[in-house]
Design a protein around this ligand. Structure first.
Ligand code: V1S
Ligand code: CA
Ligand code: ZN
Length: 377
């Protein structure tokens, strides 16, 4: 009989930086690192740690941050504190309401970036099949500037690490916001293809990610954008996602994939306006896993934190190939999950009217299929 065991289960590595959930952007700020503690608690409560190798990664060093970011920007990040904010640097590096200077900000950045980097190294060395870091995925960070709650772009730094070993890396972004920082970093490259699904229009942050942004120079055609409207539902999103991603993977033939799983594309998100269920969001993850390529899975946005934790715990179960019960395990944070204490909540399907029609989605699909034809030499 064939050796079933050797093929039956992938190796999954899980990275959770110590204390990463204890940072605070500020009381009124929607980004809550505590969602990471909540997620980790559900993962442990479901016993999913037994299906993975779990690591407490070290923080990234300054040199590692400077693999992508400007030295003077990192210098500023590492020295500024809430009580020593020089006015000029404020505007120069884009520190304002979206990106406040909070206690421990630099350590927070080094912490989530260290985890993404450790995960990328493990994948590059071929000693794991899937690596997960829910604290990473901060896709708006620019070379010399903070943006949209992101200071250090751990994704770009992780991809640069993968590129040392892998000829081509595919980046997929299902956060409701456009993955502008990652797109910009690799806009001229034919070794990294970036694909972002996002809400586009009506001044929705960061206002980039039009269908017409397709890359430049050598990177022309190695960038795809899927601009969507309010209220997109499970069927519309998952249908388009599968069709676009299947053809992209088939034609680009990446050596590895980086998947940013921003949970602000779920229904009822505090900042988002889509209508996805946790099941549908997780189905996108399952679909990408099914290609069997080395896979780096990252977090990202997500502002209704009880649902962020539900979503990423569920996706951890999907990645480990484990069926978990709908009744949530008991944790010190049970109050967050009242009243239902269930994994698959109804996330207000239909609360936001669906502005995407079958015809509008089909038009986008056709346009992208046309664009993908350029990839074949
Ligand atoms: N949408 C939105 C939103 N809300 C806020 C915000 C609200 C309260 C605060 F105390 C601080 C900030 N900022 C925004 C967006 C940025 C969204 C970033 C998403 C990040 C990610 O999920 O993709 C990845 C982690 N900023 C804006 O819309 C810019 C402004 C134009 C409006 C808000 N003000 C605060 C700044 C300027
Ligand atoms: Ca996106
Ligand atoms: Zn987002």
């Amino acid at each position: 009989a064939p050796n079933v065991q050797a093929h039956s289960r992938e190796k999954i590595s899980y990275y959770f930086p110590k204390g990463v959930g204890e940072y605070h952007y500020g009381m009124l700020h929607p980004m809550k690192p505590a969602r990471l503690t909540l997620t980790n608690r559900l993962v442990l409560g479901y016993g999913l740690h037994e299906k993975m190798e779990c690591y407490t990664p070290r923080s990234a060093t300054r040199e590692e941050l400077e693999e992508f970011h400007d030295q003077e920007y990192v210098e500023f990040l590492s020295t500024v504190t809430p009580s020593t904010v020089p006015n000029a640097s404020f505007s120069r590096f884009n520190f304002a309401d979206d990106c406040p200077i909070f206690e421990g900000m630099y350590d927070f950045c080094r912490s989530y970036t260290g985890a993404s980097l450790a995960a990328a190294r493990k994948l590059a060395s071929g000693t794991t099949d899937i690596a997960i870091n829910w604290s990473g995925g901060l896709h708006h960070g620019k070379k010399g500037e903070a943006s949209g709650f992101c200071y250090i772009n751990d994704i770009v730094i992780a991809i640069l690490q993968l590129l040392r070993y892998h000829a081509r890396v595919l980046y997929i972004d299902i956060d409701i916001h456009h993955g502008d920082g990652v797109q910009e970093a690799f806009y001229n490259s034919n070794r990294v293809m970036t694909v972002s699904f996002h809400k586009y229009g009506n001044d929705f942050f960061p206002c980039t990610g039009a269908l017409s942004e397709v890359g430049m120079g050598l990177g022309k055609h190695f960038c795809l954008n899927v601009p969507l409207q309010d209220g997109i539902d499970d069927a519309g999103y998952v249908g388009l996602f599968k069709s676009v991603m299947e053809r992209t993977i088939e034609t680009f033939r990446p050596a590895s994939i980086v998947l940013q799983c921003g949970a602000d594309s779920l229904g009822l998100d505090r900042l988002g306006c889509f209508n996805l269920s946790i099941a549908a969001h997780g189905e996108c993850v399952r679909f990408i896993k099914s290609f069997g390529l080395p896979l780096l899975v990252l977090g990202g946005g997500g502002y209704t934190i009880r649902n962020v934790a539900r979503c990423w715990a569920y996706e951890t179960s999907v990645l480990t190939g484990t069926t978990i019960p709908d009744a949530l395990p008991s944790t010190p944070y049970d109050d967050f999950f009242q009243p239902s204490r269930r994994l698959h909540e109804t996330l207000g399907a239909g609360r936001v009217e669906n502005q995407n029609t079958k015809a509008s989605l089909e038009k986008i699909r056709v346009k992208i299929m046309e664009e993908l034809r350029y990839l074949h030499g």
